[in-house]
Design a protein. Structure first.
Length: 90
């Protein structure tokens, strides 16, 4: 996939009211909406700050949330629930 590279890692992570922000090891800055990750959206600001950065991505022990940098670069949000079809959402 274009734009994905498993050697790219998060070097800094922060939040604003609506987004998760990451500085990446290749110099890019990435922002994704919190609505992509319902556990983070529902979490308190203190819970959001309790993450660890690993070689594969981000982990929140208390929230049982793992987010890969590769997935973010590919445009993937929460993969734990199937997305509704257009006919189901109506």
């Amino acid at each position: 996939m274009s734009g994905t590279n498993s050697s790219v890692k998060a070097t800094k992570v922060w939040f604003d009211a609506d987004s998760l922000w990451l500085d990446l090891s290749d110099g890019r800055t990435l922002s994704v909406p919190l609505v992509w990750f319902p556990r983070l959206l529902r979490a308190s600001p203190d819970q959001r700050e309790q993450f660890t950065i690993s070689t594969r991505g981000l982990h929140w022990e208390e929230l049982d949330e793992d987010i890969s940098v590769e997935g973010l670069l590919a445009g993937r949000g929460d993969q734990t629930r199937p997305k509704p079809r257009a006919t189901e959402a109506a």
